[in-house]
Design a protein around this ligand. Structure first.
Ligand code: FMN
Ligand code: SF4
Ligand code: FES
Length: 539
């Protein structure tokens, strides 16, 4: 079907452009210190946009909507297991302007707290008390290296590991040169041979997206890096950005050259102040040495919304709007950023590209066990050494936990891929943690944010916490998700006015069938899986 202005005929989609003042609204709001009545009026005058539009954007993003809350304590499952509720109370008691926030991608360093835009790992009740209510004094000695977590296994090499997170950055751009020499067609074949699947959650074959973008009639194309990591239990992209910015930027440059794009947008969540600094420095270094002369890198900070990790919501956010997922099709490879063909990739996916170019598709494929390649597994909760572990795709939970020093207590349940994957019982501990196998169980590998729960945890409580997260983070655009997450949260909490757990199955079905995006489609899973595997916790 021919595209008109980069859109399918009949697609209702508001196309804006990079020069549209709309795309500057979130940044302007952030510079003005967040949303307030006065700020919305001034920005309306400056941009020519309606005041209600400015309000809509400002009130959508957590970091803009409540600027007065300068301390935000993570309420995610892993942080709660490490005592974040006590830290929250201590912060409030100390007089700090505090609220709760969803996962900060620091679940291995729980409890995590966001002070303004900086995430502080392993905050204690004593830290909160010692601050005596002064925000600046809350963990004021934190250093940037405090952000680095445990990486395993301890011995890594490019022979057995595709990312080699413990290796030294390599700024030689050898892979970029090799990819250019190879040409796009051979590179796409190489990607196909490698079997590389997207690591952002869906596991979609990378080569199909690259070919699709390269094959579009529209000449203007974009590459977008999805670094909005926010799935509870997931923190691997943070480590890649901090430790191997060389791989990320070279992978993006290779993607741009192969698909005919000259502009690359890096969308990092707003709470990634430290990784953003690392990436900004790396881009400056590359510009100084003119490594990728035909490519422009643009950095963009999110303003706090889990849903912006969904790729089309992310594109909306980049365009300066509320981050609400678009209806698909059309997919971003056809109609993406500002209506143009766009290749969106997760940080981990893109970081594999230089290694595949230099070492070959078969090399990468053979690193995996049940599916191609290695995988960054994040593990947190009741394990000895929470951290990021690069292991063959398809290892089991027991193998992963053994690498991470063993279980704390007796395993009861685990979620293999963040909140969206629901819970599995201990009896699945030997199953391959891969895309296909977990899918056949009605669960998913997702972003491989594995959270381990021991037998001290009540699964009704765990399901309630995950539902609270989904209710809070639903963008509210479609009724099955907006109403469904609220309904299920009330039901699992046993709220007086809720209809109880009798209708959970029907509601879950409606959410799965009728929601626009993966959030609503998966949001019931923590509850339905907990009911299925742990009915005794609901009696
Ligand atoms: C609710 C929701 C949240 C998501 N969050 C992220 C995220 O934080 N990071 C990410 O890379 N992909 C996320 N995704 C997946 C993206 O939509 C998309 O599939 C991915 O960025 C594509 O990159 P990949 O092919 O490299 O996986 C999310 C999807 C959904 C439905
Ligand atoms: S499913 Fe939920 S998060 Fe996704 S578009 Fe609908 S309301 Fe928004
Ligand atoms: S940082 Fe708290 S659960 Fe992820």
């Amino acid at each position: 079907m021919p595209l008109i202005n980069g859109q399918r005929p009949g697609t209702i989609y508001l196309v804006s452009s990079p020069n549209d003042p709309r795309s500057t609204v979130p940044d302007r709001l952030a510079s003005a210190g967040g949303l307030s009545e006065g700020v919305a009026r001034v920005l309306s005058r400056d941009t020519g946009l309606h005041e209600a539009d400015i309000y809509g954007v400002g009130s959508f993003y957590h970091l803009l909507a409540r600027p007065e809350a300068r301390v935000r304590v993570c309420g995610g499952l892993s942080c709660q297991l490490a005592g974040s509720r006590e830290v929250l109370s201590a912060c409030k008691a100390a007089g700090l302007p505090t609220e709760e926030i969803s996962c900060l991608a620091a679940c291995d360093r729980a409890p995590a707290v966001l002070r303004d835009r900086r995430t502080l790992p392993s905050v204690t009740v004593e830290d909160a008390t010692r601050s005596a209510g002064k925000v600046e004094d809350l963990c004021s000695t934190d250093s940037e290296t405090a952000w680095l977590g445990t990486i395993g296994p301890e011995t890594q090499s490019m022979g057995t590991h595709a990312l080699n997170l413990l290796g030294e950055p390599d700024w030689s751009a050898e892979a970029f040169k090799a990819a250019n020499k190879m040409g796009p067609a051979a590179l796409f074949d190489l990607l196909e041979e490698s079997g590389l699947q997207g690591r952002g959650g869906a596991g979609f074959p990378a080569h199909i997206k690259w070919r699709a973008v390269a094959g579009q009639a529209v000449q203007k194309r974009y590459i977008v890096l999805n670094a909005d990591e926010g799935e509870p239990g997931t923190f691997k992209d943070r480590e890649v950005l901090m430790r191997r910015p060389d791989l990320v930027l070279e992978g993006l440059a290779i993607a741009a050259a192969a698909t005919g794009a000259s502009e690359v947008y890096l969308y990092l969540r707003g709470e990634f102040e430290v990784p953003s600094g690392v990436i900004a420095q790396a881009i400056a270094k590359l510009e100084e040495t003119n490594r990728y002369p035909d490519i422009t890198f643009h950095m963009h900070a999110g303003q706090g919304a889990y849903i912006c990790g969904e790729e089309t919501a992310l594109l909306e956010a980049l365009e300066g709007k509320r981050g609400m997922p678009r209806l698909k099709p059309p997919f971003p490879v056809e109609v993406g950023l500002w209506g143009k063909p766009t290749l969106v990739h997760n940080v981990e996916t893109i970081a594999y590209i230089p290694g595949i170019v230099l070492k070959g598709g078969a090399w990468f494929k053979n690193l995996g066990r049940t599916e191609p390649g290695t995988k960054l597994y994040c593990i947190s909760g009741h394990v000895q050494n929470p951290g990021t572990y690069e292991l063959p795709l398809g290892i089991s939970l027991d193998e992963l936990v053994e690498t991470a020093g063993g279980y704390v207590g007796t395993l009861k349940a685990f979620s293999p891929g963040g909140a969206s994957s629901g819970f599995l019982p201990a009896s699945e501990r030997g199953r391959a943690l891969d895309f296909k196998g977990l899918g056949s169980l009605g669960s998913m590998l997702g972003s491989a944010g594995v959270v381990v729960l021991n037998d001290t945890v009540n699964m009704r409580w765990a399901a309630e916490e995950q539902l609270r997260f989904f209710e809070e983070e639903s963008c509210g655009q479609c009724a099955p998700c907006r109403i469904g997450t609220h309904y299920l949260h009330a039901a699992v909490k046993g709220q007086e006015k809720s209809l109880g757990l009798a209708h959970v199955g029907d509601v879950a079905w409606q959410m799965n069938e009728g929601s626009i995006c993966g959030l609503g489609q998966a949001a019931a899973l923590p509850l339905t899986s907990a009911l299925k595997y742990f009915p005794e916790d609901f009696s």
